[in-house]
Design a protein around this ligand. Structure first.
Ligand SMILES: Nc1ncnc2c1ncn2[C@@H]1O[C@H](COP(=O)(O)OP(=O)(O)OP(=O)(O)O)[C@@H](O)[C@H]1O
Length: 806
């Protein structure tokens, strides 16, 4: 029954209402005491348990429900500073709990500022890879499940529009830099003026060359007054980097700087010297003798990952194989990371997309089949094992030419590594099997060629030439070990023999006209020089350049990464195109009345004159005459729709004040044009002026939209405040009680939490369906739990991210 109205038209105070006021008052007291406790926090204090930190109740509950009790070293050192709002540069070994070291302060600082959905973005967490962003988001969901913030994951892979609609109402975003910048540039409703915290996970990677421009542009969009935190296992200290981010007197927390090693003490690290040509054999032998392990194998490129995965799958080692690289679709990548995380015994072949931050549980071995580009990458790769006090082992494969350079780099970075040898009895060769497979399966051979090229390319572009010396690598042997009949030719390797090689193909063409021109690089040349060598039909097959069956795959590979890689077979593709040109001979049309053409046809080929059918021409609206020389063209005349194609487009005219029609662009007087200066300068000036005009218009548009949005928000807030004040006035006669814009979960007194938010939509918190600890505590949380979907795929996760608001 609705309560009766008082003479002032307001509902009388009920017992229930005063309960709510009391609850709100308690909430305020708790908040101010929390703020006070943070202020009083001693920066030098060593806090052991989370329960001893001045953290809000929702965070404490989230931590307890996720079974986090004691702080790790980096958490002890970083959290106290960051709670007090200081900028942080945090470096700690892999697997030492850096994620929580920034997630807790993010939640707490927004909580103490009473951030609500209406405040928009409060914290931005940047991650270099999508996988890592997803993982961070998962931790945020787990620990923040009792908070009332809205949080989202922005990593691309779905339509910008869909994301745009929800972005404006997110308090915390976990994102990859590229996608974030796209939104900052293009989403007018997305405001950042309230941003309080900016976090970089794997900071050194985000700040390096690859992301530099994107990060600078993102930072330009953000308010200067904010808290910035950088975390990584290998941290940048470059003053220039810190200046770019406008860090203010950051607290540098390097947990492992004083330690004897930069890697976890529970990690055993070894290296084996194995020539390039034996790497695959060594890897195969390793996998065969560790069937009851969980292993990550790092390679230099996605193409190698694909080749090794496909070929090893054919060979059936007796353990599940998976592969992960940047070219896979987002959904597929997430499936693989989930599958690998859940598996007990398996091997994951991966590129460096998996090197940083990923927290796969219980990995026994990390194998680096290809030498990492530097010691930092080495540290991140091996960090996928021996995480959070667990043991783990790592093996690095080095070519003899890489040994000296790499070992000295590792020593400089305090990485303890020991040499081991492979037992001869355990080593087996798969070279013949690979050769057979490549022979039978041209697609695999093609993948092998691509893998070869991408590997050599990756060595070629490495800046550290003390480790990567391409001239020292035995490329012919490497090709053989992949099952290839010869080393694909790589144009970018410019050596002394470039001229010779160029001439060689010419010479060969003159020497042997019977052979096809499918020599696959050096290997072929050698063979051809050796006239006496017996050559089998297989040899010939491998030498053939134009294997049709490859064409399909070739196109897939080209589309796959958008680049055409120089190699023998590529030349073949080029030749295919030429051959195609012969197939597609153009039938010349003999048009009645076109004497020139007729004469030409006469002289060129008699056949074409004989073959010519009677033709006629149709003129359509001043267009080129349409030649009707076949039944199909005859038919075309009957279809107005089809004829439209030949009609051309209409011309737009503008009328001046005197009613005279003009074309939109009319040629001006040449003299006047010249008088204004050089054409190039004029063009440049025009482009600059237009760019500037568009830029200004864009800024104005965005500012206008933002202003409108802000006004709307302010109105909503004011309405809210008035409502709260009215309520308070009714209840206690005290005017102007401060509005508490968030739920304080766990504040006792009764089952019904206050609903202070302006939004009509119910706020869904981070509540986690998997948590059963609090079952039965409150009806509300039960409802939230019921509504929560099962998280299995990225789509589920993203649906949930949007669900936080809907
Ligand atoms: N206080 C803690 N108590 C127990 N486990 C923890 C604690 N903090 C973190 N962990 C666990 O330790 C593991 C590693 O944590 P996290 O992924 O944050 O490491 P990291 O330092 O970020 O590693 P990387 O440098 O590889 O990114 C995770 O499984 C996490 O759940």
């Amino acid at each position: 029954m609705a309560p009766a109205r008082t003479s002032r038209g307001k509902a009388p105070k009920t017992h229930h209402d005063s309960g709510r006021t009391l609850k709100r008052k308690r909430g305020e007291d708790t908040l101010s005491s929390l703020i006070q406790r943070v202020e009083d926090l001693d920066l030098k204090a060593t806090v052991k348990n989370f329960s001893d930190l001045p953290l809000s109740e929702p965070t404490q509950k989230g931590l307890a429900a996720s079974h986090f009790k004691t702080l790790t070293d980096i958490q002890q050192r970083a959290i106290v500073h960051s709670l007090k709002g200081r900028d942080i540069l945090g470096a700690a070994k892999t697997g030492s709990g850096k994620t929580l070291a920034f997630i807790i302060p993010v939640l707490e600082n927004l909580y103490r500022r009473q951030t609500t959905e209406l405040d928009g973005l409060g914290a931005l967490i940047l991650s270099p890879t999508r996988e890592l962003a997803i993982q961070i988001f998962e931790v945020l969901r787990k620990v923040g499940r009792y908070h009332a913030f809205s949080a989202g994951l922005v990593i691309g892979g779905k339509s910008l529009r869909e994301e745009q609609d929800r972005l404006g109402r997110m308090n915390i975003l976990v994102c990859t830099p590229g996608r974030m910048l796209q939104h900052l540039d293009q989403t007018a409703m997305f405001e950042t003026h309230n941003l309080q915290m900016l976090v970089f996970d794997e900071a050194d990677r985000i700040l390096d060359m690859g992301f530099q421009k994107t990060v600078d542009a993102i930072v330009d969009h953000l308010p200067k007054e904010r808290q910035t935190m950088l975390f990584s296992a290998t941290q940048t200290k470059k003053v220039s980097d810190l200046a770019r981010l406008s860090l203010k007197e950051p607290e540098y927390i390097a947990v492992h700087e004083s330690a004897a090693s930069a890697t976890p003490s529970t990690l055993k690290q070894h290296y084996v010297v194995t020539p390039l040509a034996s790497k695959l054999d060594t890897l195969w032998s390793f996998i065969r003798s560790n069937l009851k392990s969980k292993t990550v194998v790092f390679m230099a490129s996605g193409k190698q990952v694909r080749f090794v995965y496909e070929s090893f799958r054919h060979l059936q080692p007796g353990i599940p194989l998976m592969h992960l690289h940047g070219r896979q679709k987002q959904g597929g990548r997430l499936d693989i990371t989930t599958k690998f995380s859940q598996s007990q015994h398996s091997v994951l072949f991966a590129t460096d997309v998996a090197a940083r931050g990923l927290d796969f549980p219980a990995v026994d071995w990390v194998i680096q089949m290809d030498c990492p580009e530097d010691a930092d990458t080495y540290i991140h790769r091996v960090g996928r094992t021996a995480r959070y006090e667990r043991v783990g082992r790592a093996v690095l494969f080095l070519d003899p030419s890489e040994e000296k350079g790499m070992l000295s780099r590792l020593e400089q970075k305090k990485v303890p590594i020991e040499k081991i040898n492979i037992k001869a009895s355990k080593q087996s060769s798969i070279k013949n099997q690979l050769q057979n497979m490549c022979f039978k399966d041209p697609e695999l051979k093609y993948l092998g060629q691509k893998a070869f090229i991408s590997y050599v390319k990756s060595c070629f572009v490495q800046p550290d030439k003390t480790i990567f010396n391409i001239k020292e690598l035995k490329l012919e042997d490497l090709a053989g070990s992949l099952g290839l009949p010869g080393a694909p030719r790589i144009k970018f390797i410019k050596g002394d023999d470039t001229k010779e090689r160029k001439n060689a193909s010419w010479k060969m063409a003159h020497l042997s006209s019977d052979e096809d021109s499918g020599a696959e690089g050096e290997g072929k040349k050698k063979e051809k020089k050796d006239e006496n060598q017996v050559r089998t039909r297989y040899d010939r097959m491998f030498e053939r350049r134009n294997q049709d069956v490859l064409a399909d795959h070739y196109h897939k590979l080209i589309n796959d990464d958008g680049t055409v890689v120089a190699m023998g077979a590529d030349n073949g593709a080029g030749e295919d195109a030429d051959e195609d040109a012969d197939f597609l001979s153009v039938k010349r049309r003999f048009v009645a009345g076109d004497e020139n053409l007729g004469r030409q046809s006469d002289s060129d080929s008699d056949e074409s004159v004989e073959d010519a059918k009677p033709t006629r021409m149709v003129q359509i609206d001043g267009q080129e005459p349409l030649v009707i020389d076949s039944k199909r063209r005859e038919k075309l005349l009957k279809s107005k729709k089809k004829l439209l194609k030949f009609k051309g487009k209409g011309t737009k005219l503008v009328y001046d004040d005197d009613g005279v029609a003009h074309e939109i662009y009319e040629m001006e007087d040449e003299e006047a044009f010249k008088a204004r200066g050089d054409a190039n300068t004029q063009r440049q000036r025009f482009v600059e002026e237009e760019t500037e005009r568009t830029r200004r218009a864009d800024i104005d548009d965005k500012a206008l939209v933002r202003e409108k949005k802000r006004e709307k928000k302010e109105k909503r807030k004011a309405r809210d405040r008035a409502l709260a004040e009215e309520e308070a006035e009714e209840e206690s006669g005290i005017q102007g009680l401060p509005h508490v814009p968030f739920e304080i979960p766990g504040s006792d007194s009764g089952s019904e939490a206050e609903e202070p938010r302006a939004s009509k939509k119910p706020r869904v918190t981070f509540a986690d369906a998997s948590s059963d600890e609090d079952e039965g505590k409150s009806k509300k949380s039960k409802k939230a739990k019921k509504a929560e979907p099962q998280i299995e795929t990225l789509a589920d996760l993203e649906a949930l991210a949007s669900g936080l608001l809907d």
